[in-house]
Design a protein around this ligand. Structure first.
Ligand code: ATP
Ligand code: MG
Length: 293
């Protein structure tokens, strides 16, 4: 267990300078992921990301918030090399993983380079067992002992999956399926894990469990980029947060500061000066309100 955690804190992963233009004074932390001025277009015409820059420092949790259609999933697709299959293209900007330019790399090379992803909507193999799903997560690896160690680590993180190893994944509850999706991504021992709305559609108690697991994974040495609409959950554990709107970053700052931010409270938590708004009011408001306007 600790061995696996420690190896992912391997000093080789540290200290590499990135090409990003960050100018933190005497920055000792290195950058796990740097997205610079990224522009993405679908079908050659639909401009969805309009110059997005975002940094995930090594060992940190970064939250990315944004309303429906803001471009959150598109940003993750751009980072992970999955735009092609959606007829999307990066037209400007760059993505660096651990200081290395991965902007034009294909998806499997990006996984091999240390980036793990849990896609929107808990994409698991519904017909396969829990075990088989986990094994598919190690597709880039050949080291049997290492794979076994990762498997055991995943089972430690998700004790509820232990009794369900042979069960067909499609019959598990929503929360359990999300756990399978996260566990599968961890089987590649990523240096950085990207999660696209892991709390979506889950009961509050399960959301708490997922949040705690993200914290635990992070404490074991994995950097995290967490896309969420559940701002409370995401900002409560994030070192930094970004707000995306219409394909642009309109706000960023420390998670704790954003959690207290009036606009964010109003926009995501339905709590303005006038007290709690109804869900419907917030939805109408969401459509009307524009960040920075
Ligand atoms: N394959 C595609 N072709 C054309 N347009 C697309 C495609 N995928 C997404 N879009 C558009 O890009 C914009 C951003 O979509 P995206 O899925 O990235 O948003 P999101 O922030 O993840 O939203 P949600 O919270 O609903 O998941 C939307 O206007 C969407 O309609
Ligand atoms: Mg999305």
């Amino acid at each position: 267990m600790m061995g696996a955690a420690r190896s992912r804190r391997d000093p080789r992963h540290r200290g590499r300078r990135t090409l990003s233009t960050q100018t933190e004074p005497a920055a000792r932390t290195s950058t796990a992921l740097a997205v610079s001025n990224l522009e993405v277009v679908y079908r050659d015409v639909i401009l969805v990301l309009r110059g997005v820059s975002l940094t995930v420092p090594e060992g940190k949790i970064v939250a990315l918030l944004g309303a429906n259609g803001a471009g959150k999933t598109t940003l993750l697709r751009a980072i992970t090399g999955l735009l092609d299959i959606h007829r999307g293209k990066i037209t400007k900007g760059s993505v660096h993983l651990d200081g290395r330019d991965i902007t034009r790399d294909d998806a499997s090379a990006i996984v091999r380079a240390g980036l793990g992803q849990v896609m929107e909507g808990r994409r698991i193999f519904a017909e396969l067992s829990v075990d088989e799903n986990l094994r598919t997560g190690a597709f880039t690896r050949r080291d049997k002992a290492g794979i076994q160690a990762s498997y055991e680590r995943a089972m430690d993180l998700f004790p509820v999956l232990q009794g369900r190893r042979k069960d067909t994944a499609g019959y598990l509850s929503g929360g359990e399926q999300q756990m399978v999706a996260i566990a599968r991504a961890l089987m590649a021992e990523p240096k950085i894990l990207l999660l696209d709305e892991p709390s979506l559609g889950l009961a509050p108690l399960i959301v708490e469990q997922i949040r705690d697991i993200i914290v635990q994974v992070n404490q074991q040495g994995t950097s995290v980029l967490l896309v969420e609409q559940n701002a409370t959950m995401a900002l409560s554990i994030a070192d930094t947060g970004y707000v995306l709107e219409h394909g642009r970053v309109v706000k960023d700052g420390p998670g704790k500061v954003l959690l207290e931010d009036k606009d964010i409270r109003e926009f995501y938590l339905g709590m303005g000066d006038t007290g709690r708004r109804s869900f419907r009011d917030v939805k109408t408001y969401r459509r009307k309100k524009s960040w920075g306007a």
